[in-house]
Design a protein around this ligand. Structure first.
Ligand SMILES: *Cc1c(COP(=O)(O)O)cnc(C)c1O
Length: 470
């Protein structure tokens, strides 16, 4: 046991926190091209912070006691229902994030599937998804005892054939998932075809619009139908803490049929305490994210979002062109929305090729954080390429020329370099010494090792990063 800690003045403690924050990458200014979504409007950050402060002491556990929570959730769900083209019966919940929204959609589908037939009461259903679906669904399947059936996507387009997805559906399928767009490649799956085919087979269909839900509605007319306007879509998720510019901790999940929303809930009286009813995963929960999300949407208005999306689209087009013009690089598929995945142009001579992992390191040296995405061998043996992922936000527009120049400069620095290769010794070294400054070798090693080896390694790296020191 260490000695009890001594009290310190609050200002000291806060200075300490500010020190810690200084070591973080900049969350504003567009240099971090994943994780953070910068509207570029300081007034929105201010409104969000004040809303969080106002709701800090509230417990979202019981909206019948804290009626402010019920009112805000009702308003936010109504707003999302409008934006995502739900009908008058569409209902849903505000959750703490995309993972929770997806998890709840899977729980609702599993319980609805089981309730449809007494012989299924304890059976294990399947969850059908393209290989590009978000890991939140693998997590949901692991937590909730479903088997994942992964359908390959076309390596050039990044989307699956609707027919292949539908061929995977059978009596065991509780839910099929499509993305609008998918995170790795930013392309929209064939939502209408999959949803129609699923409906014809009596299978529920979830659209994961966690990243697209608050940007595609304003993107323009060249977006194929993807939301609740599509027949056969039974549920949809859309994160407010991405392109809704709320602080982390806010997402919505909506259901066309109220019965599916009810199936998401948990209720019990099997204890001597208060009657429990939880719509979402948590018990006691902050209402800060909810309040901030509402405040930001109201401050923006429909037109405010349109302006931010126009900036985002402009910047995305600029970077798409810049990446395409970069010798040895290509953009995967035809993205719809603000995400780009950059892969090696394999049609270029080896001396001209740019390896995405080296590119990510070279960009980091220049002050830009792109995200390395390892290659994936699909169930049919085809391989999705390793890529560098860029999430474009409204603020990117202000720095788009700088970013395009950095991309060119970084590509020039690594052009012709042999692609990063695995080094099993590196895995061990990461465990003892932590992550090296250049990550290309680590990423190539993770990419090459069998999943059963990689998973415990990832767990160990993270667990050690947050292990108690002193
Ligand atoms: C971000 C994201 C999720 C998960 O959301 P979290 O908020 O990170 O939990 C799910 N699906 C897609 C497509 C996403 O981009």
């Amino acid at each position: 046991m260490s000695a009890p800690w001594a009290a310190r003045p609050g200002d000291d403690v806060l200075a300490d926190l500010a020190d810690l924050r200084r070591a973080d990458p900049p969350t504003h200014g567009g240099r971090v091209l994943s994780y953070v979504y910068d509207s570029g409007r300081a007034d929105l950050d201010d409104v969000a912070a004040r809303a969080v402060t106002l709701f800090l002491p509230v417990n979202g556990l019981d909206p019948t006691t804290f009626t402010s929570v019920a009112a805000l959730e009702s308003r936010l769900v109504a707003r999302a229902r409008d934006v995502l083209h739900g009908g008058p019966d569409t209902v849903g919940s505000v959750t703490t994030g995309g993972t929770e929204s997806c998890l709840l959609a899977v729980k609702s589908a599993r319980d609805t599937w089981r309730a449809a037939d007494p012989s299924r009461a304890h059976a294990r259903p399947t969850l059908v998804l393209p290989t590009t679906a978000h890991p939140a669904f693998h997590k949901a399947a692991a937590y909730l005892d479903l088997d994942v059936v992964a359908v390959p996507v076309d390596p050039d387009r990044g989307t699956p054939d609707a027919a292949a997805v539908l061929a995977a559906l059978d009596e065991r399928t509780a839910l099929v998932v499509v993305s609008a767009p998918s995170y790795p490649f930013g392309v929209v799956d064939p939502v209408a075809e999959v949803a129609a085919g699923a409906a014809a087979r009596g299978v529920a269909c979830h659209v994961d619009a966690c990243i697209g839900g608050w940007v595609l509605p304003w993107w323009g007319h060249d977006v194929p139908a993807w939301d609740l306007a599509v027949d056969g879509v039974t549920s949809i998720s859309a994160d407010l803490h991405k392109y809704g510019f709320a602080p982390k901790g806010a997402s919505v999940v909506l259901y066309r049929d109220p019965a599916r929303h009810r199936a998401q809930h948990f209720a019990t009286t099997a204890w001597p305490g208060y009657p429990v009813v939880n719509p979402t995963v948590l018990g006691s929960r902050s209402a800060g994210g909810l309040a901030a999300a509402w405040a930001v949407l109201e401050t923006l208005g429909h037109d405010g979002i349109a302006t931010l999306v126009a900036r985002t689209r402009d910047a995305t087009a600029h970077l798409h062109d810049a990446a395409t013009a970069t010798r040895g690089l290509r953009v995967v598929g035809r993205p719809t929305g603000p995400l780009l995945a950059l892969a090696t142009d394999d049609t270029a001579p080896a001396a001209d090729r740019v390896d995405p992992f080296h590119l990510v390191d070279a960009l980091r040296h220049r002050g830009w954080l792109a995200q390395a995405q390892p290659a994936l061998t699909q169930p049919d043996g085809t391989v999705l390429p390793r890529t560098a992922h860029l999430t474009i936000t409204p603020v990117t527009q202000h720095v788009a020329d700088d970013l395009a120049a950095a991309l060119d400069d970084a590509a020039t620095a690594v052009r012709g370099r042999a692609p990063a290769t695995p080094d099993p010794a590196l895995a061990q070294r990461v465990l003892t010494d932590g992550l090296p400054p250049d990550l290309a070798g680590v990423m190539a090693t993770l990419e090459a090792l069998p999943p059963d080896v990689v998973r415990p390694l990832l767990v160990e790296v993270l667990a050690r990063a947050v292990a108690p020191r002193l």
